[in-house]
Write a protein that binds this ligand. Structure first.
Ligand code: DQA
Length: 145
């Protein structure tokens, strides 16, 4: 099974970006781990990151056409992008929303709402990079049942 792991803005700086919140694992290391976790579960995982909203919408539209399951960390777009909301609404295969931190418990009010959640089969938040493994597990379990 092919799985897309899509990461939104500022996640390319993982490891250097506010490590006290997002941890010290770099995006390159996250890619390696997701690919390895996927292989253990019989999945071909492709990880992508973009700082450009339209690029993410294009990737989601292609995932809708190809019926590819998606693990999505839309980062800040999670909280306000109706373009991402509408793109998620079109997905056919399961979508798992993931966040390194738990935005719902962070002090900034704007992080408490997600436009992605309505379209996700599950939200994994607050588990750091391990959350991506948990999200892949959700997809593996659903594929097996
Ligand atoms: C994030 C949480 C968002 O609120 C934030 O804008 C991010 C990262 C997370 O993974 O914890 O960029 O999605």
């Amino acid at each position: 099974m092919k799985v897309l792991v899509l990461n939104g803005p500022n996640l390319g700086r993982l490891g250097r970006r506010q490590p006290e919140i997002y941890g010290t694992t770099t995006h390159a290391e996250l890619v390696e781990r997701c690919v390895a976790w996927g292989a253990e579960r019989g999945m071909q995982v492709e990880v992508r990151q973009t700082n450009h909203e339209g690029v993410l919408v294009d990737w989601l539209n292609a995932a809708a056409d190809d019926e590819t399951p998606v693990v999505l960390n839309a980062a800040a777009w999670t909280h306000y992008s109706y373009a991402v909301h509408d793109a998620c609404a079109q997905l056919v295969a399961p979508l798992v929303e993931v966040h390194l931190s738990d935005p719902r418990t962070r002090p900034e009010e704007f992080r408490h709402h997600s436009v992605v959640t309505a379209h996700a089969v599950e939200v994994v938040a607050g588990h750091g990079v391990e959350g991506y493994r948990m999200a892949l597990d959700v997809l593996a379990t659903r594929a097996a049942t």
